[in-house]
Design a protein around this ligand. Structure first.
Ligand code: NAD
Length: 269
């Protein structure tokens, strides 16, 4: 089979660079095009900017040119852009790997709609194998310890623009599923001032931002006289890119639809 032709969205960004490096290191895919919004990355060679050999692919701000002839988009950018690209993926019958976090309900509805109309979409708030294993452990622990308070703590670098992180929200969803709760009506995102005592059954979130932290998550299950802490630490962005590349190759054999990293890893079969 010929190499999967991948268009890299947000090619000038941190994850854009990591995705280009991951493709350069993985057989079966090739960087077909690379695009971003206007800025200093436009016109640069995608490989050189990502720190690998020159690829002969100049980063463009012309989305139509970047997508024409591509088979897949790997997209870690921003919600409005990911929604627009999902519509393009549906129109053109493309694979669309979405790592963007911070989507609101309307964004997710538009992405679901694109998947129902011809796009093969894999969307995950976290593409790491470890986090996807952790999701299963959190669901199991939340179900097994019904009286324990659940708190989710996350820390990321000082450039991150959304909070709580997509991963923290996925961990909250996993805990809520373990308890048959709706996360939306049971989460506490912020505490400030005279909050009163903790509401039983709620799932709390706390967000830290600073330095160059790639991503750290801790799920605490606190009982009356003991506490469990489940931790995940991402050392390097490469692990997210490796997961995204794996998802793109997996999606090649799938029908149009909306998939998660659990589907890619076979956790749902
Ligand atoms: P970044 O700021 O370094 O890169 C984002 C890139 O997207 C930039 O090049 C920017 O120009 C481009 N972009 C932003 N808005 C755009 C728009 N409207 N149109 C076109 N291009 C646009 O950020 P990053 O650290 O690479 O993270 C990007 C996204 O990926 C964030 O949402 C982050 O939370 C998410 N992320 C997800 C995972 C995961 O495993 N799912 C892992 C790491 C980061």
């Amino acid at each position: 089979m010929s190499d999967l032709k991948v268009a890299i969205a947000g090619a000038g960004g941190r994850m854009g660079g990591a995705n280009i490096r991951a493709i350069a290191a993985t057989p079966g895919l090739a960087v077909f095009s690379a695009f971003d919004r206007s800025g200093p990355a436009i016109g640069r060679d995608a490989g050189e900017l990502a720190g690998v050999d020159a690829l002969g692919v100049a980063i463009t701000d012309n989305v139509d040119a970047a997508l024409t002839g591509a088979e897949a988009i790997i997209d870690f950018t921003a919600p409005a852009n990911s929604v627009a690209l999902a519509k393009e993926a549906a129109r053109r019958g493309l694979i669309h790997i979405i790592g963007t976090t911070g989507c609101i309900e309307a964004d997710d509805a538009a992405i679901t709609d694109a998947a129902a109309n011809g796009a093969r979409i894999v969307k995950a708030g976290n593409f790491s194998l470890g986090v996807n294993v952790l999701l299963g452990l959190v669901k199991q622990a939340a179900a097994a310890l019904p009286g324990f308070d659940i708190e989710i703590l996350e820390m990321h670098h000082n450039k991150k623009v959304d909070a709580p992180s997509g991963t923290a929200l996925m961990l909250g969803e996993a805990a809520a599923r373990g308890r048959n709760l709706d996360l939306k009506t049971h989460s506490v995102r912020v505490r400030d001032g005279h909050t009163g005592p903790r509401e039983a059954g709620s799932i709390g979130f706390a967000t830290l931002r600073g330095g160059n932290v790639v991503g750290e998550h801790k799920v605490i299950l606190a009982g009356p006289s003991e506490r469990i802490e489940l931790n995940h630490i991402a050392d390097n962005r490469a692990l997210f890119a490796e997961g995204a590349v794996r998802a793109a190759l997996w999606a090649r054999d799938q029908r149009p639809g909306l998939y998660s990293m659990a589907d890619v890893l076979g956790f749902n079969s």
